[in-house]
Design a protein around this ligand. Structure first.
Ligand SMILES: [Fe+2]
Ligand SMILES: [Fe+2]
Length: 299
């Protein structure tokens, strides 16, 4: 049993069963937007580890610094807090300083279907405290997005570089169109543990296990302020849209939530055996963290 993040008080019990001993539980966190997104992501990690029993936490952080790109200090903040691997999307190089990190750090990747000369690597392998390894790769969609190489062939090439003994493999497909995302799920079904979408900042309710054993969801959603237009202040986006006046789209602040998806992968086969959505409120997480702190003081 775990705390229900969807209830108004955040403490209604819902059944998220613990992972079976033959499985690893992973979480993919949807696009982290600005300071609110960074704050709730860091606050969520104790809950994800201790209540949800997550071994590996992956996050898409393409919007984590000012809503576009990621700075070195924000990469460090996320990894110091316990994020195991970071994926990126179409905004990856907006903060150019991250290029050094992309070229040197072992746990942050760029989309696979950029030019060969684009900085960074498109695949990483990270280990859990229990010694289990997980491979992560990502790619950009081509529908309603800037032209890039074919994501299907690019991901096939990336997956071919992963050691065969690493059975658990997670793909972040950063795409706009649900048809594109569904095609990628079917294309990779049976080859990877999960194909999870990011980029639209809106979670879809289609989480499922495909026939070949691949967990799938078109988009895992956004981590940041929900009182917004995709994480930005409503008034600014409204003004630019209605009156064509160029405006800075500042990151919003209200109703901060974490959207993500958990899934359990069989340690032997790598196949997905369970999957579910997360929609965590900052109020619930703050309450959980202060309860933990009170208990620690009593010990
Ligand atoms: Fe995004
Ligand atoms: Fe994006």
């Amino acid at each position: 049993m775990s705390l229900d993040p969807l209830s108004s008080d955040g403490f209604h019990e819902i059944p998220i069963p613990p992972p079976s001993p033959s499985c690893m539980r992973l979480v993919m966190i949807g696009d982290i937007v600005g300071k609110p997104g960074l704050r709730i992501t860091c606050a969520a990690i104790p809950w994800l580890r201790h209540v949800l029993r997550t071994e590996i936490i992956i996050a898409n952080a393409e919007n984590s610094s000012d809503g576009s790109g990621i700075r070195t200090k924000d990469y460090r903040r996320l990894t110091d807090a316990g994020i195991d691997a970071i994926t990126l999307g179409d905004h990856l190089y907006r903060k150019r300083e991250i290029i050094d990190v992309l070229e040197t750090a072992p746990n942050i990747i760029r989309p696979a279907n950029l030019p060969d000369t684009a900085p960074g690597k498109s695949t990483c392998v990270v280990s859990s405290p229990n010694g289990h390894t997980v491979a992560i790769t990502c790619a950009l969609g081509r529908v309603f997005m800037k032209p890039v190489d074919c994501p299907f062939h690019a991901l096939s090439r990336s997956l071919a570089t992963i050691p065969t003994e690493t059975r658990i493999r997670c793909v972040d497909f950063h795409a706009e169109a649900t048809s594109d995302m569904q095609l990628m799920g079917r294309y990779l079904d049976g080859q990877v543990s999960a194909v999870l979408g990011t980029h639209t900042h809106v979670a879809t309710a289609d989480e499922q296990i495909l026939p070949g054993g691949t967990g799938f969801q078109c988009d895992v959603g956004m981590t940041g302020p929900f009182e917004s237009i995709l994480g930005r202040k409503i008034d600014a986006v409204m003004e630019a849209t209605l009156h064509a006046i160029p405006t800075t789209f500042q990151v919003a602040t209200g109703n901060v939530r974490l959207n993500g998806t958990w899934f359990d992968a069989d340690l032997e086969s790598g196949k997905c055996v369970a999957i579910g959505r997360l929609n965590l409120s900052e109020i619930m997480l703050d309450h959980y963290n202060s309860s933990r702190a009170s208990v620690r003081q009593l010990l």
